[in-house]
Design a protein around this ligand. Structure first.
Ligand code: GDP
Ligand code: MG
Length: 656
């Protein structure tokens, strides 16, 4: 589109625009600007944004100045130290321009004369008075007759070498800020290039190519056409650097020129310069640039608006449900008590599922918490560890013979001394007595772990309460562990003082075993036969050491041994069964009664006056709640903003 007569007394840009275009785009742009002001970007919602990038002194600020018709800090060194969001709004009713700055939640009115100073002051307030930079943006609103409706962000220029007073990592800082702004697909990159440089060597080109390889959202502005006209036509026609949205060559204000003078000189330059006049008029001059930018902006907004609406709604729903999912904020003692009882009942409920019922849905991924399965596993291991056959020491029957000799008194020889049997039984039970104790220790260790984890989670939002429930649970487990050890000790003592079972297997196995006795004695007597034989259950035995011993003694020893073998099986079964019942009983008692009593006692007893304090939220929870509240407030407002014009969009034809 050819620029309209460019020597009019004010910026000619708007003349070229139809008023309907303005009517359609302006509300959209206002809505996007409002969303920007509300900082929806912080919620990860990207807004269509024209981002001005360029190497230092390439003329970024000058281009913005030309578009806005106001003076911006320009010139040597690093002038733009914070992102400057520039909102230009055409206001035909204004004879004098209205300018204000927005930053740190403040609005500061200013004038054309003072704008440079005001920006410098604001920049110092944001980024310090030195040469440092910051990514907190400063917004400049310019309402003026004849300016294009555009919102652009001017970023600090890229510099490789820090100048005096700049931080060492200035390059990383600046490129970090630039990348953050140009990365989103919604950003339009306005790459400002000085006509004096070789475009492919530009740092800003290198960066924009990283995020926009094909250049589909990159527009190049070539400044200083007046100073370096040679080869400019060739440079912009060759397009060595993938600029998808094309080039616009401009000449900015020089020195103390007025804007009108600057535009007139620019038009003159491109009309009459022997080299520059050969460049197509559709790609030269600030008015063309303004036009192109408004077009691109309109398209970009129209394209991304539906998605923004969707995102706002999604984020709002997500934030609301996250806030709803948070624990209640407690304000009164009654509240605190209620929450406390809820925590206990939640913990009880979970423990019941994990340790008694065997439902693991709360911890489906965490096998360690699958209580009933882990307890059964421990019991199986313990049962396996208990020797299935009675352990024996020395040669076959030698232990029995030794004990029988010691038990001998004055009396008839053919009575089996019961004390000998009991002594042996006691010895054998003692040998394995550490196994049941180890088993209950292991069980309590495990239970403590599960109970503490469940409690910690139930009370996770109330750290002081966590400490208190933890203490109560640890005390309780310790108490119950001691009790268990006592119970197990009693079981073992019972096994040692009485030999009794009503299990019919005992007699059956003993009778079967005794069948071998006759054959066994024969092997002992018959010295010509090998001194080995196999007895069922017992296996192969060597009897050479028994040859020559008194028959009555061997027979008694054999009998005692067979009773022990048969009885041992009953002892082992009992040691497993009784501990299984004991553990189940203790767990049920713990979950159903003891835990609640202990915690309530602890909290009501020791910390009665502190119950309110104990239920204070952790700072992180309180912070999160506050963040969510703010975000919901902001998103609700955003939703209203977009809601008002969403119908307009639907009615609008997509612009070319
Ligand atoms: P920035 O660092 O990219 O913001 O660059 P500035 O806008 O501050 O410009 C750097 C210098 O180049 C300033 O002295 C400007 O006056 C000068 N300058 C910018 N554009 C032009 C132009 O089109 N022609 C001439 N002759 N000088 C320009
Ligand atoms: Mg600048």
């Amino acid at each position: 589109m050819a620029p309209s007569s460019s020597s009019t007394s004010r910026l000619p840009v708007v003349n070229a625009l139809t008023s309907s275009y303005n009517e359609q785009i302006r509300p959209l742009l206002d809505a996007v600007d409002r969303l920007r002001q509300l900082r929806v970007m912080q919620e990860g919602i990207q807004l269509p944004t024209i981002v001005v990038v360029g190497d230092q002194s390439s003329g970024k600020s000058s281009v913005l100045e030309s578009l806005a018709g106001i003076s911006l800090p320009r010139g040597q060194g690093i002038c733009t130290r914070v992102p400057l969001i520039m909102r230009l709004q055409d206001d035909p009713s204004r004879s004098t321009p209205l300018l204000h700055l927005e930053y740190h939640e403040r609005v500061i009115k200013t004038t054309e004369e003072d704008i440079t100073l005001a920006i410098e002051i604001a920049t110092s307030e944001i980024a310090g008075s030195g040469k440092g930079i910051s990514d907190t943006p400063l917004t400049l609103v310019v309402r003026k007759k004849g300016v294009p409706d555009l919102t652009m962000v001017d970023l600090p220029g890229i510099t490789r070498v820090p100048v005096h007073g700049q931080p060492e990592n200035i390059y990383e800082q600046i490129s970090g800020i630039i990348m953050r702004y140009i990365q989103p697909a919604e950003s339009i990159i306005l790459n400002v290039l000085s006509a004096s440089v070789d475009f492919p060597t530009c740092e800003s080109i290198r960066m924009s190519q990283q995020v926009d390889r094909t250049g589909e959202r990159t527009l190049a502005v070539v400044t200083k056409a007046d100073k370096w006209p040679e080869g400019l036509l060739e440079k912009v026609t060759a397009d060595d650097v993938n600029i998808g949205l094309g080039y616009v060559c401009v000449r900015n204000r020089i020195g103390a020129e007025s804007y009108e003078e600057a535009r007139a000189s620019e038009a003159d330059l491109f009309n009459s310069h022997h080299l520059l006049s050969r460049i197509d008029k559709s790609i030269v001059g600030i008015p063309v640039l303004a036009q192109r930018l408004m077009h691109i902006q309109a398209q970009s907004i129209a394209r991304s608006f539906p998605n923004i609406v969707k995102k706002v709604n999604e984020k709002l729903t997500a934030s609301i449900s996250e806030l709803d999912g948070m624990p209640q904020n407690l304000v009164s003692v009654a509240d605190a008590m209620r929450a406390f009882m809820q925590i206990i009942s939640k913990a009880k409920d979970r423990l019941k599922k994990l340790l008694i019922i065997g439902e693991y849905e709360d911890y489906s991924d965490d096998n360690q918490m699958h209580g009933t399965a882990r307890l059964a596993e421990m019991l199986n291991e313990y049962a396996k560890d208990l020797p299935a056959d009675i352990p024996s020491k020395g040669g076959f029957l030698m232990e029995e013979i030794g004990i029988l000799e010691e038990a001998r008194g004055i009396g008839l020889p053919n009575f089996l001394p019961r004390t000998a049997f009991l002594t042996l039984l006691q010895l054998k039970v003692k040998e394995v007595s550490s196994l049941p104790q180890d088993f209950v220790s292991k069980v309590w260790c495990y239970l403590e772990d599960v109970v503490l984890r469940v409690l910690d989670q139930a009370a996770e939002n109330y750290p002081p309460l966590q400490a208190c429930t933890r203490r109560a649970a640890q005390n309780l487990v310790e108490k119950m562990r001691r009790k268990s050890r006592q119970v197990v000790k009693e079981f073992i003592e019972m096994e040692m003082i009485t030999d009794y079972t009503c299990n019919p297997d005992y007699m059956k196995i003993w009778v079967d075993l005794m069948d071998s006795q006759e054959g066994f004695m024969e092997v002992i007597h018959n010295h010509s036969k090998p001194a080995k034989m196999t007895i069922q259950i017992v296996g192969e035995v060597n009897v050479s050491h028994l040859r020559g011993m008194h028959d009555g003694l061997i027979e008694q020893a054999f009998d005692i041994r067979m009773r022990l073998i048969s009885y041992w099986k009953c002892v082992v079964l009992r040691l497993v069964d009784i501990l299984a019942l004991h553990v189940r009983y203790a767990v049920k008692n713990l979950v159903d009664n003891e835990l609640e009593t202990e915690i309530v006692n602890e909290v009501m007893g020791r910390a009665r006056n502190d119950i309110e304090k104990m239920l204070e939220e952790s700072p992180s929870t309180a912070g999160k709640r506050e963040r969510l509240r703010k975000s919901i407030e902001m998103l609700k407002e955003s939703k209203e903003v977009v809601g008002k014009i969403v119908d307009r969009i639907n009615a609008m034809p997509l612009m070319e």
